[in-house]
Design a binder for this molecule. Sequence first.
Ligand SMILES: [Fe+2]
Length: 445
Amino acid sequence: MPSTTIDGTVDRPTSGASAAELAAQLREARARLLAVTEDLSSDQLMGPKLAIVNPVRWELGHVAWFHEYWTLRHSHGQAPLIERGDRLWDSSNVAHDTRWDLELPDRCGTLAYLADVLRRQEDHLARGDAGGDARYFYELSIRHEDMHIEALAYTRQTLGYGRPAAFDRPPPRSAGPLPGDVDVPGGTWRLGVTTDEGFIFDNEKWAHAVEVAPFRIARAPVTNREFAAFVDAGGYRQRKFWSDAGWAWREKTGAERPVYWQPNSGDGWTWRRYDRVEALRPDAPVVFVSWHEAEAWCRWANRRLPSEVEWEVAAVGEARESGMRLSDRKRRWPWGDATPSRNTANLDFAFDAPLDVADCPAGDSAFGCRQMIGNVWEWTASDFAPFPGFAADPYRDYSQPWFGTRKVLRGGCWATSGRIARPAYRNFFTPDRTDVFAGFRTCAV
Ligand SMILES: [Fe+2]
């Protein structure tokens, strides 16, 4: 039973997963969490003090603590397993720059805590006493682990650690570019979710009407080749392509090109990927660019970023028969109802690298946009703001503290769980971040 409000409205819907399915999801997420961290040395598990990363050992304990807090303690009423746990791992109360200096359990102790919490969760699920609202908190804590798995993957990139040794994924296939725009008609769009979406986050609630004017949007995200033309044209040195905030960011960072790019000895570019320098795939989407860089590229190319509602319409909207107006229909996924597969979306580390933008043609939206889900997150023009009537869910710090200072990204990347990368999911980061798996797609001006 999902939680219901006093007038009977479903307030916190769940996916409908059974207790056995939740247990399987817990184990599957845990296997991936360990795979993305188990080969790191003790020094790497702590790493340097940076504003954009957590110490990996802290992050592992925090994942266990979050599960314990919301399922074992909040839902099942148990006492804390580690007396000082809240003082170590409650991210709302433990200041970021103190996380390196805490008396954290060692690697063995941290892994034992993760295992202990999981075993107790499995026991509750097997006994059948995780009904009612408890299901919501199991789903929340599984998705929280999914998010930290993705964060740990980009932390490895940020810190120049090796590619996770446990990941044995196929290399990207050659698929080439996908130039051109598609026409999307205007109309009234219901932005946000309804109660039949399954598990959702507070910032997606609830569907509300937004008028959308007709627009033209690219079939694919901006590629490395397209972004290199801007770099090669001296775009990073010309003030006119940058907003005031973007230019201030550029001067502060001294950026001359995307953060991991390096000049090739001949011509062209290579990039650092994990701990190696690799050739840049020209037809793969540019990734690890800030919102400011995306905006500057747009100004140079006489393009613009889509708003988040335009992005959502292009991804899951359909035209009426006349083709002149949007229909009321919203697809579950861009390609229809089928759950994502490696033919439709590069998610769940299917490839552990961005595919060329022409790849995954089976995942096209009704309007012919490709890779709206997976491969790289896409910056939108929109500020991260609450939808009308917003009310925080029990995990109060998920959205609320970040409204007004972040930009919305949509669509997920190759390291995102398919549980997270629903078309309605709103990711959010400050516009200066270059460490997340973000690229962008553009609209005609
Ligand atoms: Fe967290």
